[in-house]
Design a protein. Structure first.
Ligand SMILES: [Fe+2]
Ligand SMILES: [Fe+2]
Length: 189
């Protein structure tokens, strides 16, 4: 397979290029989101004693379908797991590990009611949920610039979005990120 670090670096680079492409409907901010998901997925993998490599790779690849083609957004968890499989096979990544990465991508969406079976799936889904707390400027941009909300509507919109993300997480992850949540709540008032 060659050098492991190189292989994950290549995936990061591939994701960065897809994010920067004018074809990416979600804009360059999606790279910050994905980067933050990958880093929280590693952090949570350590907390849960999960497989760090699986969580990191799944974090980088979890939204690959939506940033590549907006028409895939609705089922991006399904398309994304297939795309991840093709990419990982091209690096001769072991088949059993590919299957574990695919499960993380398939079940990363809190909006999809699917029972998560592995701790790696929980790590990636919770990393996706908490990443919104790292991207406050993007949420404010969405509220005031894209949706044209007034001051109070915007605050309610952002708070509601953050609250729903937080509530999707497992009990341990909620506890782990309690402080981050308190800081953001203090800022929003
Ligand atoms: Fe997603
Ligand atoms: Fe995501």
């Amino acid at each position: 397979m060659g050098d492991k670090m190189n292989f994950i670096k290549n995936i990061q680079e591939d994701i960065r290029i897809r994010c920067e492409s004018p074809n990416n409907y979600f804009g360059i901010g999606s790279y910050d989101h994905i980067k933050s998901v990958a880093s929280h997925a590693v952090e949570l993998a350590k907390l849960y004693n999960a497989d760090i490599e699986i969580c990191e790779i799944a974090g980088w690849l979890h939204d690959i379908a939506s940033i590549t083609d907006y028409s895939l957004y609705k089922d991006h968890h399904i398309h994304g797991s297939k795309m991840a499989e093709d990419i990982l096979k091209s690096y001769n990544y072991p088949i059993d590990k590919i299957e574990r990465v695919k499960l993380c991508i398939l079940n990363h969406r809190g909006s999809q009611i699917i029972t998560k079976r592995t701790i790696e799936e929980i790590c990636v889904a919770d990393a996706d949920a908490i990443s919104h707390y790292d991207n406050l400027p993007s949420l404010l941009y969405l509220a005031y610039k894209i949706r044209n909300l007034d001051i109070n509507e915007g605050i309610d919109f952002v708070k509601g979005k953050l609250e729903r993300s937080y509530n999707k997480m497992s009990k341990e992850s909620k506890e782990f990120y309690k402080h981050k949540r308190e800081i953001i709540e203090t800022i929003l008032g």
